[in-house]
Design a protein around this ligand. Structure first.
Ligand SMILES: Cc1cc2nc3c(=O)[nH]c(=O)nc-3n(C[C@H](O)[C@H](O)[C@H](O)COP(=O)(O)OP(=O)(O)OC[C@H]3O[C@@H](n4cnc5c(N)ncnc54)[C@H](O)[C@@H]3O)c2cc1C
Ligand SMILES: *[C@@H]1O[C@H](CO)[C@@H](O)[C@H](O)[C@H]1NC(C)=O
Ligand SMILES: *[C@@H]1O[C@H](CO)[C@@H](O)[C@H](O)[C@H]1NC(C)=O
Ligand SMILES: *[C@@H]1O[C@H](CO)[C@@H](O)[C@H](O)[C@H]1NC(C)=O
Length: 490
């Protein structure tokens, strides 16, 4: 038996483990006969299997060994896979670019991994200005493609992240102008939990469309094609400013002022406070503040002056294409650190002055636990009034964003790969307590995309009861609810 299955067997009893394994194997056997070996990798030595299993931002997911990896090439393939998994009563996971950090959201142990990365068709229609894309590209690939038309689609701030981001809302540098990514959805092609292929839009299955706009992936079905409103772009004025931590409070006040006072929706910031475990050549580089400044246009006016006038050690501002913005070379930042990564998230109002407490609480924890991690970051995501107006103007979404300004926080923790469970769980619990020690602002939704599995973000949505009903309608026998990971609807 494979060592991982031995671990499962030890934890849960041998009969249970063998049941998982044989249900997965049965589904895979069926799929190799219906889809063929080119689309189904059953051997752990197959390069397709190795790359699907190995490519997770939280590398702890790579420990899990699916019974096979399916690479569908069409919605029909996805439908066949879902029906075979159902017939075998196997577990499964749906994976786009594998950046979600939570166990079993896009990974599976002893079941079927549906890896969407072969579905990469994309198009642009200049008559309607609508764009379509299948789920298998990452944002960098999509931005590069649409750039030739002087357009882009609403997606992540870093190239490597995948399209699952938009199902969880999706914060973009362009969000202050156009709302979160899912607000730009116009039509989705969806394979339902019963294998039917349907269209979700404001006129076709509108309840499903509502839920899939920010209500999270792997709950209501599998999206096989997105049709979205594209956005006009030209060049950007963008770069990273890096400060030493001695400027942390000055920078924090400037962030606060930006959240409270900035009125130019073309100006976006992504502030990141970062701590690394090792002192870097005694240059005080074990802690840094990296600010992403991004302006949609070549002239930002005075929008960023409150940041740029604070003495800094690195400044990479220049005119960039949107793809270059998403690729910004950022020393020490998260995307580069593939490790046992987790996210946790928070939400706050600027008036309650909790921002000082949040930064200090995280930094003190990071100091105290320095030996336990490779990297930890504290991030603040402004949600200005223009963003929430832009969201509401497009019909609203599952998040039902209350009027800005307010802000999301996110925290990441990268621990060394392969920590024993006891040590891993202890550091996670301590990190959780640190984040939970400052209460969230009531009445605001958590940032689902970077919430930890135990944070129950859907319960913070004002639409939660509606989402539950929609979930029950489209997944009536709880097939997705019990056979793949994801957010709780209880
Ligand atoms: C370095 C980094 C940068 C990030 N930057 C941003 C950012 O700028 N803005 C932001 O909003 N978030 C950001 N995130 C968070 C990100 O949105 C989430 O991690 C998101 O879940 C990643 O989507 P994915 O497709 O890469 O991952 P996956 O783990 O493959 O998918 C995420 C979830 O969606 C489900 N899913 C994916 N595709 C489908 C589909 N077609 N149909 C049904 N379910 C599906 C999966 O089952 C899984 O549960 C970032 C994360 C990282 C690690
Ligand atoms: C094989 O999968 C198909 C769906 O493609 C399903 O209808 C059938 O019942 C499955 N067969 C078995 C033996 O599970
Ligand atoms: C810069 O900060 C000042 C307060 O110090 C504030 O009045 C002003 O609006 C800020 N400018 C911008 C563009 O955020
Ligand atoms: C699949 O589920 C949808 C939504 O619940 C339903 O309308 C449809 O009739 C179902 N299809 C089949 C073949 O059962």
């Amino acid at each position: 038996m494979h060592p991982i299955l031995c671990l499962v067997a030890a934890a849960a009893g041998p009969v249970f483990a063998l049941t998982i394994q044989s249900a997965g194997s049965n589904a895979c056997l069926n799929l190799t006969s219906s889809l063929g070996f080119s689309r189904v990798a059953t051997s752990q030595l197959d390069p397709e299997y190795i790359s699907s299993r190995g490519d997770y931002w939280n590398v702890r997911q790579s420990v899990y060994a699916p019974s096979c990896v399916v690479h569908p090439e069409s919605p029909q393939d996805v439908s066949v896979a879902i029906q075979a998994i159902r017939a075998a009563d196997s577990r499964f996971a749906v994976k786009a670019a594998g950046h979600n950090t939570n166990n079993f959201f896009s990974s599976v142990d002893g079941g079927v991994l549906i890896d969407l990365s072969s579905m990469t068709a994309k198009s642009y229609d200049s008559a309607t200005t609508l764009a379509t894309y299948e789920p298998g590209s990452n944002w960098g690939q999509l931005y590069e493609y649409y750039q030739q038309y002087g357009r882009t689609v609403m997606g992540g701030r870093l190239s490597g992240v995948g399209t699952g981001l938009a199902l969880g809302g999706g914060l973009s540098y362009l969000s202050p102008q156009y709302g979160i990514a899912c607000d730009s959805f116009r039509e989705l092609e969806v394979v339902l939990p019963n294998g039917s292929i349907v269209t979700a839009s404001s006129t076709s299955n509108p309840d499903l469309f509502f839920a899939m706009r920010g209500g999270g992936g792997n709950a209501y079905g599998v999206v096989t094609k997105y049709t979205v409103q594209s956005r006009a772009i030209g060049n950007f004025y963008a770069g990273n400013i890096v400060w030493l931590f001695q400027q942390k409070d000055t920078v924090l006040e400037a962030i606060r002022d930006f959240i409270a006072y900035n009125t130019d929706p073309k100006a976006s910031i992504l502030p990141t406070y970062e701590k690394l475990t090792t002192p870097d050549l005694n240059l005080n580089l074990d802690e840094l503040i990296t600010m992403f400044l991004v302006y949609d246009g070549e002239d930002p006016g005075t929008a960023f002056d409150n940041f740029t006038r604070i003495p800094h050690i690195i400044d990479t501002r220049s005119i960039k294409t949107y793809k270059e913005v998403a690729d910004m070379p950022v020393p020490f930042t998260a995307e580069l650190t593939r490790a046992d990564n987790v996210f946790r998230s928070g939400v706050h109002r600027i008036e309650d002055d909790s921002y000082n407490v949040l930064l200090e609480t995280w930094r003190e924890w990071a100091e105290t636990h320095k030996a336990s991690y490779i990297h930890t970051g504290f991030y603040m995501y402004p949600v200005p009034r223009s963003l929430t107006d832009g969201s509401h103007a497009q019909g609203g979404d599952a998040m039902q964003l209350p009027d800005g300004p307010w802000y999301w926080t996110a925290y990441d923790l990268a621990t060394p790969p392969g920590l024993p469970n006891a040590a891993y769980n202890a550091i996670q619990e301590s990190f959780r307590e640190m984040v939970e020690s400052t209460p969230n602002a009531p009445g605001l939704p958590l940032f689902l995309n970077e919430a930890a599995w135990d944070q129950d973000p859907l319960a913070t949505f004002s639409s939660f009861e509606t989402l539950k009903q929609i979930k029950n309608k489209y997944d009536p026998d709880g097939f997705f609810a019990t056979r793949t990971g994801g957010w709780s609807f209880d």
